[in-house]
Design a protein around this ligand. Structure first.
Ligand SMILES: Cc1cc2nc3c(=O)[nH]c(=O)nc-3n(C[C@H](O)[C@H](O)[C@H](O)COP(=O)(O)O)c2cc1C
Length: 292
């Protein structure tokens, strides 16, 4: 048996496996190389950092199949009944998300190939309507929002910020927001919250203050987003504190390190429990968010 890989593959294999006579058995390939294995000719397309350094795709020329490694994959290869987009999006942003530039470079190369079938490493084989999947990857990897809508991400110790987050949801609905998703960052699935943050063009961050800082669930969420190059979104802030609210300042500090963020002028500051003044401000924030 021969092992086909690139320079980086053969650097990594001995770190994982003890393969006898690897030197004699290896076939090292690079960008554009082809390998004829009888009926099939394999063409190699390097895809470094999508999402590991050694990643490469293989294009089978006679049947026009692209083996895409981690690209176009999703959590759950056998759940073919399940909608592809949701789980593929969650996979993309949580695993590959940081490497949008590298995914764009791969898409450019793929556009020169006549692809009839996509076979990811983990995920269903894609045979029809390939333009749909490639378009999703183009949107995701260029950090463009996918849907016109608002994602409300909240973290609340005693429940008052939660109450405000749901009030904000009602206000946004009344004011005609197209889609609204909401997540409790301390209880709901963090990977799904990250997915929704990237999916929509607007986000509301609502958090209680915590030891002169930010409640950890929100802090962790924002660091995840930052690590995945979160950018190009409109953000509204709701903070809550009893004696010296600090959550807003902390959220803004992390956001200020992100690219192309349109931060709403209105910050809603709740002192413990939402009052009528806060509701008026939340309406103002909703108007700002929904304004084009
Ligand atoms: C451990 C702990 C630390 C807190 N630190 C602060 C703080 O630094 N500044 C502040 O104004 N409130 C602080 N608070 C109070 C809450 O932020 C405040 O009561 C807020 O209204 C809680 O909102 P919630 O009901 O959504 O949890 C703290 C509360 C706890 C339990």
């Amino acid at each position: 048996m021969k092992i086909v890989g690139n320079l980086r593959t053969f650097a990594f294999i001995p770190q994982f496996f003890d393969i006898k006579n690897l030197e004699e058995r290896k076939i090292e390939v690079k960008e554009g190389d082809t390998l004829n294995v009888g009926k099939h000719t394999l063409q190699f397309v390097m895809a470094p950092m999508v999402h590991w350094p050694e990643v490469m795709c293989t294009y089978e020329q006679s049947e026009k199949i692209l083996f895409t490694a981690d690209g176009f994959g999703k959590f759950g290869a056998l759940d073919t009944e399940e909608d592809w987009t949701c789980e593929a999006r969650r996979y993309y942003f949580n695993i590959v998300g940081k490497y949008g530039v590298q995914v764009q470079a791969l898409l450019k190369k793929v556009s020169t190939l006549d692809v009839r079938m996509i076979c990811p490493l983990h995920g269903p084989i894609l045979k029809e309507n390939l333009g749909f999947y490639i378009n999703k990857y183009d949107i995701w990897s260029s950090y463009k929002p996918e849907d016109d809508g608002v994602f409300i991400a909240y973290s609340s110790i005693h429940g008052h910020t939660k109450e405000a987050a749901f009030k904000m949801k009602d206000i946004l609905k009344e004011k005609g927001a197209k889609k609204i998703a909401i997540s409790d960052l301390a209880r709901d699935d963090m990977a799904e919250a990250i997915e929704d943050a990237f999916r929509y063009d607007k986000i509301v961050l609502a958090s209680s203050s915590y030891n002169m800082g930010l409640f950890p669930a929100m802090e962790q969420f924002l660091h995840h987003l930052q690590g995945k190059n979160y950018q190009n979104r409109k953000i509204g802030i709701i903070e809550n504190g009893t004696w010296a609210p600090s959550a807003g300042k902390c959220m803004k500090e992390i956001i200020s390190q992100m690219k192309d963020i349109d931060l709403c002028d209105t910050t809603v500051t709740i002192m413990s429990k939402m009052n009528n003044g806060n509701i008026d401000n939340m309406k103002k924030l909703a108007d700002e968010l929904l304004k084009n």
